[in-house]
Design a protein around this ligand. Sequence first.
Ligand SMILES: NC(=O)C1=CN([C@@H]2O[C@H](COP(=O)(O)OP(=O)(O)OC[C@H]3O[C@@H](n4cnc5c(N)ncnc54)[C@H](O)[C@@H]3O)[C@@H](O)[C@H]2O)C=CC1
Ligand SMILES: O=C(O)[C@H]1O[C@H](OP(=O)(O)OP(=O)(O)OC[C@H]2O[C@@H](n3ccc(=O)[nH]c3=O)[C@H](O)[C@@H]2O)[C@H](O)[C@@H](O)[C@@H]1O
Length: 442
Amino acid sequence: MKISVVGTGYVGLVTGACLAEMGNDVLCLDVDPSKIKILREGGIPIHEPGLDSVVARNVQAGRLAFTTDIAKAVAHGTIQFIAVGTPPDEDGSADLQYVLAAARNIGRLMTDYKVVVDKSTVPVGTADKVKAAIEDELSKRESDARFAVVSNPEFLKEGAAVEDFMRPDRIIVGADDEQAILLMRALYAPFSRNRDKLFVMDVRSAELTKYAANAMLATRISFMNELALLAEKMGADIEQVRQGIGSDARIGTHFLYAGCGYGGSCFPKDVKALIQTASGEGQQLRVLQAVEAANEAQKLVLIDKITSRFGHDLVGKRFALWGLAFKPNTDDMREATSRVVLEELFKRGATVTAYDPVAMDEAKRIFGDHTQLDYASSPNTALAGADALIIVTEWKEFRSPDFEQIKKNLKASTIFDGRNLYEPDLVKGFGLTYESIGRRAK
Ligand SMILES: NC(=O)C1=CN([C@@H]2O[C@H](COP(=O)(O)OP(=O)(O)OC[C@H]3O[C@@H](n4cnc5c(N)ncnc54)[C@H](O)[C@@H]3O)[C@@H](O)[C@H]2O)C=CC1
Ligand SMILES: O=C(O)[C@H]1O[C@H](OP(=O)(O)OP(=O)(O)OC[C@H]2O[C@@H](n3ccc(=O)[nH]c3=O)[C@H](O)[C@@H]2O)[C@H](O)[C@@H](O)[C@@H]1O
């Protein structure tokens, strides 16, 4: 099938590459010429495991191409995926300007039947706005070209995006146009071979399903984070509690890890947007308001522990920071806890030497030449001269460190671990003070 993907970011590029892998003829469009230049020169603008080989193979086979030419992209695909950003507006609601600009471009230039697919995460009712924008453009030039608008939200996780797209748990298609449903079924059939994973539903239900999924996952995390704070106070161990409840099939084991708060481009933004959508309908989502508030507080948990230990004034203190990305296997720092931790440390006068396997360039872009921040070339070199070590991202390479070297390097012999990487008793055995989330050494 001929597919165009509008927006070549995390979702658009993965969608385009994986659809090309199944034999489709895909053209990815972006308004950012620097992104398209990198892709055309054989590079990948983001860090996403396995994506480079899928992209290279399909470019080589002539099934995947990149352009900044809007007219070319509109002409190419019968199916037009919209996968542009939907960042939070000032009040937390999703900013639809990029989605509607993409829709208008399609309406302005299309000459034959198009299936316009909302892949971006968009509030309930957006498909109607996309439809109205396209109709408006068509009427301006008195065109009677037919089109359908479909909601097909994406559930991939960064760091496992290719795997998630190739082997999805489910595929949601919200549509009411029979021809569009047939095309979507055919497009996704190769991803749904062992069991039918495709759910066709009405458009509004599909739009809400996406927010409901992210909101439920965020709720589990905030719930566990609050229980972790309680566990610490009561002398219980949140890891044991997690195993104890996760073995109940009704609860399940996933997304129950307590930590220093959830980040990323989606949970924080989507929880806020759903709260705003509901408030627009005169409804309060009390549970989600609490989820959001608990997460804001959780991002400061490490700072609370640090200031309890060293006091509020941290002038003259130096910290080693392991992990900048909002989670492992990505260079994405959007809403990352590391950013909150760094800003708080800077405010209190501390200096930081940070290490992250892939996100240091992104940190340099965000923080520029900050005088209180420098970078190390390895986890161990970050330790030199530091008072304490702070861990905010659970990269695999942090899981089995040389504790003796850590002890030798850290002036205050203390680790603040926001991701519960080590056994508290083991770390204590090396003569280190170990502050983690919801657990204590015996
Ligand atoms: N990042 C993720 O893991 C997931 C993101 N989503 C949703 O997918 C959407 C996209 O997210 P990301 O891929 O992370 O965003 P991104 O910021 O990585 O990529 C968006 C791209 O769209 C381009 N763009 C903006 N306006 C355009 C236009 N009119 N025409 C062509 N290109 C345009 C931008 O230049 C940018 O490259 C968001 O709604 C997000 O909530 C959904 C599931 C997972
Ligand atoms: O809509 C989206 O964009 C995506 O948002 C999340 O994916 P992502 O943000 O890439 O990353 P997650 O693995 O979900 O992690 C999000 C945050 O939660 C934190 N987390 C996750 C799991 C857990 O048990 N505890 C916990 O604190 C992570 O550290 C991270 O900061 C969802 O998992 C995807 O299904 C969804 O498609």
